[in-house]
Ligand binder design. Sequence first.
Ligand code: ATP
Length: 502
Amino acid sequence: MDAVPGVHLRVGQLHSMMTPPPPSDEATRKRSASDFVFGKVIGEGSFSTVYLAKDIHTNKEFAIKVLEKRHMIREKKMEYVLREKKVLQILSGCPNYFVKLYCTFQDTERLYFVLTYAKNGELLSFLNKKGLWNIECTKYYATELVLALEELKFKEIVHRDLKPENILFDENWHILLIDFGSAKIVSSNEDKIENEDETKKRKNSFVGTAQYVSPELLKNTETGYASDLWALGCIIYQMVSGLHPFHAGSEYLIFQKILKLEYEFPENFDKTAKDLVEKLLVLNPDKRLGATDIKPYSSIRQHEFFSDIDWDNIGPPPKFIPSSPGSSNTLDKDNKIPDHLEPGLNAEKASRLQLDMLCRPTNNTPTRKKSEGSRNVTSLESSEIERRLELQKLDKWHNLVEGNLILKQGLVDKRKGLFARRRMLLLTFGPNLYYVDPATMVLKGKIPWSAELRTEPKNFKIFFVHTPNRTYYLEDPEGYALEWCKAIDEVHAYYYSRPVLP
Ligand code: ATP
């Protein structure tokens, strides 16, 4: 345990918490990384890397979530890990809708969670597939979500970070909820104290996807089961329309809209779904549909949107799975573990697999925390650009970007020689990359654009922007270097690689 200098006590605490859960049928002895072959990175979170792995004894595939102890301790995220483990253990008896925790173990540097492998990826990647996802799919998966929320309520757990990225599909296309690091165990006193602190932290340094956050969480009041009902409303809205109910150019503006319940429905939005969403997206948590049900969530079950659902036997999932080559059902074929790999995971192998992931030509590995501004940055309609610009006028960065629409923003450390300075990096139409001193709000400069500008991700945190006369060394402390590179590349392609019209 002494491998992490200066943090012996903390690691000791982790050690005691990371003992495995009661053995399941096939895991009767303590496992270690050398019992698994690690195939490839299938996901990355703020604090973790998730690998597809195969048990060398049973050949069974798992998703193994790996957390670097140093990182967890440095970022003070240990309670997330411990809470996630606790919640997954509570849910381990539930046969449906939740990823199962088979065992946990650790080595000197990492913690490992061995989980059900959700073979068919994230719900999010299917929502915008026109012609595939329809109201029948929405109804079916909204039903599964309600059943999952009923189970969570029964187990006295609030997920608190429900969003399409955290809803995965198993091999039979049923949902599996993941990511319980922010969950609240309502009955646990210890957890109440822990979670109040957490709420304060969340408010001050919000991380994650802003679009699904409930107003009570933003107002710093107590969050409860109804916060998940709010998220359910947002997800149903998104399943029906492919859009977020609350969208704006920055997280700050999204929060303002949430607090004012400022959202609209597209014209052809299904009528009964609209009524359901309106009854879930209610500012007062107690007034949300289902919030005061004696038998949860009977009032949601009775809503007209679900009138043709047999809640005791919801039947097989609808067929919406794409079948053309290159579409998402190739995910599983792409995810085969090569036979020649040695079991175990060390630093060298972990960085090789992560680099493989960064360099994969069609990178379909889900990554975290895509900000509103960075999604399809260049595919906005002109009316949407105007609307966003109007809203942006309220934003404190607006005056620094010469009236250009901000597509992505975030704090980075800009390194020059030995020194690094914290800067707000603002990617805008134009194209421009402005960097601002966030303490003084002074514009310090712009990275000059040209056709030669090129990005280079070095790892999850560090990325370079090469220009003919200088390379800018940038570090995203949150670890979203890849997302920065993608957004910059997209803007670059938009301005420099569009076909020239005759
Ligand atoms: P966050 O930044 O939300 O806190 P995290 O570090 O808790 O993230 P997860 O959300 O648990 O990490 O996992 C990161 C990604 O890895 C997920 O978005 C998902 O795409 C993938 N993933 C996680 N668990 C599984 C699983 N059991 N099967 C397949 N993919 C998974």
